[in-house]
Design a protein around this ligand. Structure first.
Ligand code: NDP
Ligand code: MG
Length: 380
């Protein structure tokens, strides 16, 4: 029996994780949960899973939660460092990091430092500080939840690290891949929030529409699998059936396939190296008919180019790219800027920044704060 905590349990990945945990009750006990402000859903999850510790970021709502759950066996945390506090509970074996954004970084570091398994959905933490997080982790201590990285990780089981030639990350292309370039600036938030193949939180859905999600995934792959940037290719695959591939030195290409369902990579991260039965829609290739592939268009989707640039340059570049993108995406969601302004503003901020080659944690946090301010200024 393993004890898990799900940080960001009220989100898309969080809810899918709890669904997996529900079906593996004999293997996992959920002892910690957290959310930002959706306290009523968190309360339902507390009723069902009976964790010993939960965190709610919003202080006022945390008071409400405390009035609702007066049982002394439940610790309710709020405020700074509460995610790290949940993680540091001695009983925790596995942390599913499913919060969105830079806020996940300290909990990622705490988890690996404490020697606990990190099932990582929060790609932003590696984008910001992969050079700090990865050296702290032992082999297979960080298990990818992101579907492409899970596919790569699963494919890697059929070879050795030294035998990898390259990885091929697939991208659905999002809702606008074939949309006329000159009309992209007019797309609405509603259109951008309609992803063709995946149901996800708002931020990553917008990232998928700009292809910034793929940019973040290039950087994530670089760190997770210790790859050179030249070893990472992206191919547009609108059906999202092949979740990514690895080409080995003998020319064999191993792919992981399946109907798009995040429960598959979540469960694999939780049960690795074992596989367990899971109710998913079976893959029926003759019904699907054809799988198609296209070269990514970096002119129409400049985010991809920025992703390669940040992966190549390293240093503070990832933190800047990520923070600028978080601010710009929120601004687009709030209806304040146009769709195409998201990546334009990220590029401007990247080009203005004071680059540090080997940043320490403090440099990363300073770069993050600077990029947030700078992006706001640039969008005013
Ligand atoms: P959601 O927006 O659906 O959920 C985010 C979760 O984080 C919620 O529980 C939210 O709480 C919580 N949260 C948000 N802000 C804060 C904060 N400041 N402090 C503490 N908790 C916070 O996102 P997703 O589940 O879609 O994505 C989560 C992560 O997983 C992201 O990094 C994303 O890139 C990655 N990912 C997601 C995939 C997907 O299919 N959804 C696929 C691959 C990766 P509340 O509900 O109260 O707002
Ligand atoms: Mg992904």
């Amino acid at each position: 029996m393993k004890n898990i905590v799900v940080l960001g349990s009220t989100g898309s990945i969080g809810k899918n994780t709890l669904e997996v945990a529900r079906n593996l009750k004999d293997k996992f006990r959920v002892i910690g949960l957290s959310s930002n402000s959706r306290w009523e859903l968190l309360a339902e999850q507390i009723e069902e899973f009976k964790p010993t510790c939960v965190a709610l970021n919003d202080r006022q709502l945390a008071e409400k939660l405390k009035r609702r759950f007066t049982d002394n066996n439940l610790k309710i945390l709020t405020g700074n460092n509460c995610l790290e506090e949940i993680v540091s509970n001695q009983e925790v074996d596995v942390v599913v990091l499913a919060v969105v954004g830079a806020v996940g970084l300290p909990a990622a570091i705490e988890t690996v430092q404490q020697g606990k398994i990190l099932a990582l959905a929060n790609k932003e933490s590696l984008v910001m500080a992969g050079h700090i997080v990865m050296p702290l982790a032992k082999k297979n201590q960080i298990l990818p939840v992101d579907s492409e990285h899970s596919a790569i990780f699963q494919s890697l089981q059929s070879g050795k690290p030294g035998e990898i030639k390259r990885v091929i990350i697939t991208a659905s292309g999002g809702p606008f891949y074939d949309y006329p370039s000159d009309k992209l600036s007019d797309v609405t938030t509603e259109q951008a929030l309609k992803h063709p193949t995946w149901q996800m939180g708002q931020k990553i859905t917008i990232d998928s529409a700009t292809l910034m999600n793929k940019a973040l995934e290039i950087i994530e792959a670089r760190w997770l699998f210790d790859l050179k940037v030249e070893q990472i290719d992206v191919v547009i695959h609108p059906q999202s059936i092949i979740h990514s591939m690895v080409e080995f030195c003998d020319g064999s290409v191993i792919a992981q396939m399946g109907m798009p369902d995040m429960k598959v990579p979540i469960q694999y991260a939780l049960t690795f190296p074992d596989r367990n039965p899971l109710k998913v829609q079976p893959l029926n290739l003759s019904n699907i008919g054809s799988l198609t592939f296209k070269k990514p268009d970096m002119e129409k989707f400049p985010a991809l180019r920025l992703g390669y640039q940040a992966a190549r340059e390293g240093g503070t570049m990832g933190a800047i790219l990520n923070a600028a993108n978080e601010v710009a995406v929120q601004s687009f969601l709030d209806g304040k800027i146009r769709f195409t302004d998201i990546v334009l503003s990220v590029e401007k901020v990247i080009n203005n920044h004071h680059f540090i080659k080997n940043p320490c944690m403090e440099d990363i946090l300073t770069a993050d704060a600077w990029a947030r301010q700078e992006t706001k200024k640039c969008l005013m």
